[in-house]
Design a protein around this ligand. Sequence first.
Ligand code: SF4
Length: 459
Amino acid sequence: MRVLLLNPPGERVYIRDYFCSKTTKSNYLFHPIDLIVLSGTVAARHQVSVLDCMAERLTPRQAEERINAFRPDAIVSLVGSVSWFEDRAFLARQAALGRRIAALGDVLQEDSDKRLEQEPWLEAALHVFSNDDVLHWLDGRLDRIQEATVRPPRGRPQRVRVRVRQKGTYRVPRPRHELFPEKGYRFSFARSPRFATLLSDYGCPFRCSFCVIGTLGFQTRPIADVLEEVDHLRARGITELFIQDQTFGVVPARGLELCAALAERGDLSFTCFTRPDTADDALFAALARAGCHTVMMGVESADEKILRRYRKVYTPGTVRAGFERARQHGLRRVGTFVLGLPEETEQSLRATLDLALDLDLDFMSLNVAVPRFGTPFRKRAVELGLCDPADLVMDQGGERAFLPTRTLGREQVVELKREMIRRFYLRPSYLARRVTSARSLWELRSQAREGLALLRRNA
Ligand code: SF4
């Protein structure tokens, strides 16, 4: 079959991946990891083309021309709550041309059977991208599906869930990075313009209650498969990586083994996520030897009660110690934060900024809380009357707050967030550090572009 993997066009730059969606917070756009992984699975059996309309900045009309030229039998498309009305209109037009459509994205993670009933153009919703469900759907073997929402030949759409949480190991054929556009992706922490995004595991073993990835289970790939993918990228001259595992090294022996194998290659340079409570000195040292230059770790909030309520399982003290360990190993540190949870107050936000300044971060990434589909937090936000379950459109990019807190209105949350960004990024000592730490003119320019885009959006 001719199968198109599609990131649809949109009015703005949307990041739709890993069952989340948002507008870009500054200027970045990395590869949609779901389509990267699916590219290997589908290409092993079918003729595949990839069209990433976000990377190529295609209008709907240009996208339609490109799709018509490929004449796909089936389209596997990303969708996002951030762009749901645009996505459904675009894909319905493709279905009207006789193309089978399966989609995956945050908006389909909850009540997906109802969604399929409301959207006759949509034949299936995939809820996992690391298994063979996409192939079973293409083959019409719905009896083999593990976790997807499908339309059986008779009866109403139904969500199939053979395994509640994915566990153990998984294998996927080598992702076909070469099918993705060469240009159009930008990553704030990359040290060179050509980079690749990859996964060595799937999901996350933690259960932070505002996060959808903690609902996906946790599986690891054999290290040999990961290295095959890395070596294929190296053979194409790509040595800058964004390893999108949500907690790199969460299985310590595996993390160290993977780092040792990456270090042996000697030419890699990468960014990854880890957690300040799980990453010990041995892991940070191994990461630095392997070529890691930047680690992203969740801080979330300085308020211990908020951390406890949302099951972060660590305290601000643990966070401080973890960031200090990373600093001692020479790694750049990105702190990620979630602002505007119902218990947030002006005082807790100011304490969080103080913590961000104390941690001596290289970058601060602020996310405004949204009730992501399929999370325990969404259930609670509905119960508290903070959000309407029928409202499917939301943006996690943080230009607007989706929820008020118990003491702050949406505007106040956004205004405080803007103030935090200005106070953090406009410190003269911080700006001097960015300029002096850039390794190349390209990196300096890229960071300046990112910084200006971030400040423009938070002026
Ligand atoms: S550790 Fe990170 S990815 Fe895992 S559940 Fe918590 S917030 Fe989500």
